[in-house]
Design a protein around this ligand. Structure first.
Ligand code: CA
Length: 244
């Protein structure tokens, strides 16, 4: 049985969620603020399979909660609940380390579908695809991508560099997968928002730059003058695995 932690201060919404999650066969527990969430997850080191995390909480907000989890190397999948009409919340949430989001008000069936998708992805065997014949795999289905001494393992959610192994979030992996599929070509910020984040609203696309900054810290020898993940001024980005 998958165990869900609902972090939500609106009691009626939280209880409705728990009721419906339990009806769907999940074990669901509620905490009403961010402090209680980090206490359960980091203080008491309780294990949950997925977290439903509201952004607007009394005291510590949802962004802080997910940031603290990731800083403590806790990679439990996090689905954030964002206020309607706040696409910048979506981008900030992903930048903080969330794996998915749902705008409020949401349809329960959509929430359950998203939770199931997160659980399914996390249950993939870490070594899935490792033994696949890479000559037969289409480029877009590669289990990993290697360049310049680095190796992105899409299934294990890991980036191996000569110095270290970095644990990636699902969204970081999706973004890297998109950039590697479209390597060598300019990818507009708007395209990334639509194709990777599935955000269609008119969003301030500059917010995505913070996310790229983080990937550069992982990938680049000198993040301040990137070689592989290049900025194309006024347009977007270009991933160059073999820059000249
Ligand atoms: Ca709230």
């Amino acid at each position: 049985m998958s165990r869900v932690l609902v972090v939500e201060d609106e009691a009626h919404l939280a209880q409705g969620l728990r009721f419906n999650l339990q009806a769907e066969g999940y074990s669901a527990e509620i905490v009403g603020d961010g402090e209680a969430a980090t206490d359960r997850l980091l203080g008491k080191k309780e294990n949950f399979d997925v977290i439903v995390l509201d952004i607007m909480l009394p005291g510590k907000d949802g962004f802080s909660v997910v940031s603290e989890l990731r800083a403590a190397r806790n990679y439990v999948p996090v689905l954030m609940l964002t206020a309607r009409g706040r696409p910048e919340d979506v981008v900030m949430g992903f930048a903080a380390g969330a794996d998915d989001y749902l705008p409020k008000p949401f349809d329960l069936s959509v929430l359950l579908a998203r939770l199931n998708a997160l659980l399914r992805r996390m249950s993939w065997p870490r070594d899935a695809g490792k033994n696949a014949d890479k000559n037969e795999a289409a480029p877009e289905d590669l289990a990993e991508f290697s360049f310049a001494g680095r190796r992105i393992d899409f299934d294990a959610l890991e980036l191996h560099t000569p110095e270290r192994t970095i644990r990636l979030t699902l969204m970081e992996v999706d973004l890297l997968r998109y950039l590697t599929r479209h390597r060598g070509r300019i990818v507009a910020r708007k395209e990334l928002l639509e194709q990777v984040w599935h955000v269609r609203e008119d969003t301030d696309t500059r917010a995505i730059d913070n996310f790229i900054v983080r990937l550069r810290r992982y990938l680049e020898e000198d993040p301040a003058s990137p070689k592989y993940l290049q900025t194309v001024r006024g347009v977007g980005y270009r991933f160059m695995p073999n820059p000249e």
